[in-house]
Write a protein that binds this ligand. Structure first.
Ligand code: GDP
Ligand code: MG
Length: 462
């Protein structure tokens, strides 16, 4: 039998090389990287492991089906699997004409049109239908289809090749503060900023850019000012993740409240570690033990209680415990080994954006990988431009921003939306092309939506 490399087996199992390496290490099987070769026994063991107990995260039925199909290739022993494998999976673009779609699924145009009418969509042979419509019709015929990856954007330079380990450098952690209203989120951020303001700066008016940076023991920490809940919901709706650690602020005199629970579930869903800031400990009616009890009842077990969540008592009002909190943040960040590659075109996420009367579209963005420079052509959601100027969190003009830097940028054609991803690209032309394509897609989607709605209206009147 020929040697199997880690990445080959990972591909076959439908998991990432990193995940496979992790699993191998759990089992005390030493591997160096994704090119390492595996012996026959190991390969067998891993196949058993992954085929016998599909991973919990894979709830998506499609993925399970895929897995079953693969299972069939390897082991010809289950009827159910046989059935699953008979299903065809066809790759399809985002939108497709009825004609092309019919050819792909090997049905007649009239059969497809009949099904479309059943869905309330009237389209002729040359009209486009969107992927979701195509998918539901295909399913009706017992055929499964999958979305084609957006190759165009890859060709245009938005491809994200994984960074080589030797190119990765440590980067600062990005923190979001969450918690119930009035428990002291804003006060805590203010207190944190104050610990770091030198006497000279204190009097100066600094421009607010939606994020702040502090330095502790020579290490940087980035705080997003956007209320954590919004950051998590709007960002996650777009598949963006910007937070490395979530600070959960709980007022010691009030305890776990509805938005505390919401915050806990956001952090858990995003798989982001939490640090509890037990605030308002200066209050006479503060009751830390009760809060710890309530937290434990809601799935947050702090260290003192045998769990692994760090809890730091603080008073945002009096500035007490803030240094300790910052040190704990660095400790948790260190365990995460956060890294990025500063030597490439920047990518990241839009934190907030607005149209400023005098300055035009202004966006606060978080550089997550690469380095953004003044003059770089850039794409952010459906807007593009060239970075004309960059302000850091202290309101200073800067020329370049590396990984984990929040900056306000000028020079975009429109205000993008919070949660939009951004990419610096090689040429203006590329930025324009990408955005034109994205805009066309948005137009088409909204046209399709209108067509469906008006049809529903039509039926209402019959
Ligand atoms: P947010 O809604 O979570 O942003 O809460 P704020 O920061 O606006 O604080 C709500 C109220 O609690 C304000 O009146 C603060 O002055 C007060 N507050 C915040 N932190 C503390 C604290 O540590 N001790 C006391 N006594 N009051 C606090
Ligand atoms: Mg507030």
């Amino acid at each position: 039998m020929s040697k199997v490399r880690v990445y080959q087996l990972a591909k076959e199992l439908g998991i990432s090389s990193k995940e496979l390496i992790g699993k191998l290490e759990e089992l005390d099987i030493a591997v160096t990287n994704h090119m390492s070769t595996l012996d026959e026994d190991t390969v067998e063991i891993m196949k058993e492991l992954y085929y016998e107990e599909p991973k919990e995260e894979i709830e998506d039925k499609k993925q399970i089906d895929k897995k079953n199909t693969k299972q069939k290739k390897n082991k010809n022993n289950s009827d159910e699997v046989e059935l699953q494998a008979d299903k065809k999976i066809i790759i399809m673009p985002d939108t497709i004409t009825v004609q092309e779609f019919s050819e792909k699924i090997e049905k007649s145009v009239s059969e497809v049109i009949t099904k479309l009418i059943g869905l309330g969509v009237f389209a002729s042979a040359n009209q486009q239908i969107d992927f979701d419509t195509a998918a539901s019709i295909a399913l009706d015929f017992g055929i499964e289809i999958e979305k084609e990856e957006e190759k165009e954007e890859v060709e245009l330079g938005l491809e994200q090749t994984p960074d080589k380990p030797e190119d990765l450098k440590e980067r600062p952690p990005v923190i979001t503060v969450m918690g119930h209203v009035d428990h002291g989120k804003t006060s805590l951020l203010d207190a944190i900023r104050n610990t770091n303001v030198t006497a000279r700066e204190a009097g100066g008016i600094t421009q607010h850019i939606g994020a702040s940076e502090v330095e502790v023991n020579g290490k940087k920490i980035v705080f997003l000012d956007t209320p954590g809940h919004e950051a998590f919901t709007s960002m996650r709706a777009r598949g963006a993740s910007v937070t490395d650690i979530a600070i959960l602020v709980v007022a010691a005199d009030d305890g776990v409240m509805p938005q505390t629970l919401e915050a806990i579930s956001h952090a858990k869903a995003a798989n982001v570690p939490m640090i509890v800031a037990l605030n308002k400990i200066d209050k006479p009616n503060a009751n830390p033990d009760r809060v710890k009890q309530e937290l434990s009842e809601n799935g947050v077990l702090i260290e003192e209680w045998g769990g692994d969540t760090i809890c730091v008592p603080v008073s945002a009002l009096k500035g007490e415990g803030i240094d300790n909190l910052l040190e704990m943040i660095l400790l948790v960040a260190e365990m995460q080994e956060l890294k990025a590659n500063p030597n490439k075109l920047a990518t990241g996420t839009v934190i907030e954006a607005k149209l400023d009367k005098s300055r035009g579209p202004v966006a606060t963005i978080l550089v997550q990988n690469g380095t953004l420079k003044v003059g770089d052509p850039i794409v952010a959601g459906a807007s593009y431009g060239r970075v004309r100027a960059m302000l850091n969190s202290k309101g200073k003009n800067i020329k370049k921003a590396g990984p984990s830097t929040a900056v306000e940028i000028l020079g975009l054609s429109d205000a993008p939306e919070a949660g939009d991803k951004f990419n610096a690209v090689k040429e203006d032309k590329i930025a324009r092309q990408i955005v034109e394509k994205r805009r066309a897609k948005i137009r088409e989607e909204s046209l399709n939506a209108t067509a469906k709605v008006s049809l529903e209206d039509l039926f209402k009147h019959i």
